[in-house]
Design a protein around this ligand. Structure first.
Ligand code: PNS
Length: 159
């Protein structure tokens, strides 16, 4: 049986930290579905198609990686896709409490789905989509934080 994992997130926008996680995940699973999901706590800057497009161009060379989006409960989506794992990145201890609660909630909703936490390279510990938006919005250089096409999308957004 193929091992399928879902990597959900807001990806508003995708960063080198996310890409680092995806590149590690595709070596562990037969297929990784990176899916733009709705976070009820956040108002996204980029539309779902824009975010999917940015992800797609960032993972184009990874043959076992798909890009998708969904609305609704994550565990239901994971089941529909016949996946058994949810991938989440952990950068620092500060991420842990939220991630821990979410993983336990997802497990209580679907016992057969396991959350797998992965750490990006230490050089991405400080990288988050919200800081990328802030730096880009204030005219700063984000070329070391996101791929060139994402930097271009950010620039367009703020012009
Ligand atoms: O990148 P984010 O914003 O930290 O990702 C959070 C996300 C989108 C994965 C989370 O909010 C989510 O799973 N949303 C889907 C709705 C859902 O299933 N909520 C219950 C989670 S316990």
């Amino acid at each position: 049986m193929k091992k399928i994992a879902v990597y959900p997130g807001s990806f508003d926008p995708i960063t080198f930290g996310h890409i680092d996680i995806i590149e590690r995940a595709v070596t562990l699973f037969d297929k990784v579905i990176v899916t733009v999901s709705q976070n009820f706590e956040k108002t996204p800057w980029f539309s779902v198609p824009e975010r999917c497009e940015m992800i797609q161009s960032s993972v184009a060379d990874l043959s076992n990686c798909e890009v998708d989006h969904f609305k609704g409960l994550l565990v239901e989506y994971v089941s529909r896709k016949h996946a058994t794992a949810i991938i989440r990145g952990l950068r620092a201890l500060s991420d842990f409490e939220f991630e821990f609660k979410m993983a336990l909630m997802n497990r209580s909703l679907a016992e057969d789905i396991t959350t797998v936490f992965m750490m990006p390279h230490a050089k991405y510990t400080h990288v988050s989509s919200s800081l990328v938006r802030e730096v880009a919005g204030l005219g700063g250089d984000v070329s070391m934080l996101v791929p060139a096409h994402v930097a271009g999308m950010l620039k367009k957004k703020f012009v």
